[in-house]
Design a protein. Sequence first.
Length: 317
Amino acid sequence: MYDKVKLWIDRCDVGDGFSHIASHLDEAKELTGLNTGEVSTYGRLQGLKVRMYVGGLSIVGSLPKFLYGGTNIYPLERETTAEAISKIEDALHLSLADAKVTSFEFGCCFLMRHPVWGYLDRLGTMPRMQRCRYTKETLYYKHKGQQQPKTICIYDKIAEARTHQMEISPGLQDSNLLRYEIRFDGRLPQQLKWPIVIASTLHRKEFYKMVMSRYQDAYFSIKNPNKVRPDYMNEIKTVADAFDCFVGKLMNNAGQSQEQVSAFLDELKAAGVFADRKNYTRLKQRIERAATKARLTIADEMVKELDDDVKNSGAYV
């Protein structure tokens, strides 16, 4: 499930072999900082970006691409993560067991029955996160501030691979491959409530299980609209029932309904309509209750398909 990672190891932890690392890199070059005059060496190691500073060593890149020779469609479990780290150690002739992990991506690709954009259309809002639909094939949930300690990304993996001219495995070129991942960046011990996050932590069973739980919980916190039942008219008894049903139909039938609700709330906030800011939350909850009223809706089959895939991703932790 691991993909891109950022590792940092202090020079003192590398030892005498630090000066020899450059000889193991592809196309190693030196770069001098204009302001500080500090000389750093950078190069690549089978797709990984490696940079040597006075104080230590930085390694950035996709572990599955490094292990499998250019593709990250197939995720790394605990055992294959340990294998990838061991391969880096052998290539650089150093130990990474105590290298600090400053960020990492955790996710999986799911083979779907329908085009990926249809699933993205059906995914609603997430608590305390901003829903960002950049293109038809990509959906992000991000914090509203500049810092992004956690980002949820759901997108069409085949479309992304073609955009970046990445290798697509034979037989998958015309498939509907949905990628769901979480990107954790910065202050990982505080963010994940784990004492220390180093390279050897990634393939520990307890840590992997905890990250998997966060991965699944994040997905299931997304509020997904359902479809209105054909016989919903039989359920309408009051004006309030009729109002909820009407709003629910609008929310579920509009392709960009979630964006429209967010835009409407932003307009209200900009105009300062409510003196009490809690009223914006109350309004949002009121609309969502109408859109997802259980006795007037049925589960969407495509959402259920993705729900089952995410549940099954944690079957073999």
